[in-house]
Design a protein around this ligand. Structure first.
Ligand code: OAD
Length: 236
């Protein structure tokens, strides 16, 4: 690997799996237990908002029981110690990256710890349960508060910034994601198009594994700290 000057890292549910959070598409994953059309689409929310609130309220409350793991800490260390440009893009709505110390972080699929008013579009930090009875603190609309989570069919956040970073990076690393959901699944091709070295770190080969220059397979808590050690010793 040539020494990079600009790194973009993409993470998915696999980076938080060893913290005790379920992935989506593994055998016992979230989408094996719940129909995504009911809890992760605007149509599902319109049909049964109480069910959607229950689903995310439980997950938001559960954040108190989980902690960052060695992979989250290694990525925070990479951000601190790497002297070039760095951006961490996560598809995860948990807050384990920031709890580990990451700051140059984009939550492209939103965050558990925020609420969005479907009426006035205000977004604000939110730790309590959401419900259909709530009034929006900004516009007063009742029943319009929803999790600030990007659902299927909606546009992920801050895509312009992400594409700028991808077009300027010379190392792209994808960690713990099945490579199923676009636009994130297309980031490897964007990075390759500009000549970046591309690396997959995942428990098993992802759907897009063959698109990467290099792939290493194993648990994130082992693979990510090892990779970060290697990278930081190569760059100094
Ligand atoms: P997936 O559940 O699709 O994929 C998780 C990946 O992590 C799989 O390839 C696993 O093999 C891998 N994995 C599991 N345990 C691991 C470990 N300990 N170490 C490393 N890798 C591990 O989750 P995502 O790719 O994140 O979006 O899913 C993408 C999006 O689909 C999510 O953000 C969510 C979901 O629907 C929305 O809800 C909008």
């Amino acid at each position: 690997m040539t020494v990079p000057s600009s790194i973009v890292v993409l993470t998915g549910a696999g980076v938080s799996a060893e913290s005790g959070l379920s992935t989506f598409r593994d055998k016992d994953g979230i989408w094996a237990q719940v129909d995504y059309r009911e809890v992760a689409t605007p149509q599902g929310f319109a049909r049964n908002p109480a069910k959607v609130h229950d689903f995310y309220n439980w997950r938001r409350r559960n954040m108190a029981n989980v902690h960052p793991n060695a992979a989250h800490f290694a990525l925070a260390r990479l951000e601190r110690e790497f002297r070039g440009n760095f951006l961490l893009v996560t598809q995860n709505i948990d807050e384990l990256h920031e709890r580990a110390g990451s700051q140059k972080l984009i939550h492209m699929h939103g965050e558990h710890a925020k609420a969005l008013c479907a009426s006035c579009k205000a977004r604000r930090p939110w730790r309590e349960d959401l419900s259909i009875e709530l009034a929006c603190p900004d516009c007063g609309a009742v029943g319009s508060m929803r999790p600030d989570v990007v659902w299927f069919g909606e546009m992920p956040y801050r895509m312009d910034e992400i594409y700028v970073a991808l077009s300027g990076c010379n190392l792209f690393v994808s960690i713990g994601t099945s490579g199923t959901v676009y636009p994130a699944a297309g980031f490897v091709s964007e990075a390759r198009a500009t000549g970046a070295h591309t690396v997959e770190l995942n428990l098993e080969p992802s759907n897009g594994c063959s698109l990467f220059s290099e792939a290493r397979h194993g648990p994130a808590t082992k693979m990510v700290p090892e990779f970060v050690d290697e990278l930081l010793s190569a760059t100094f």
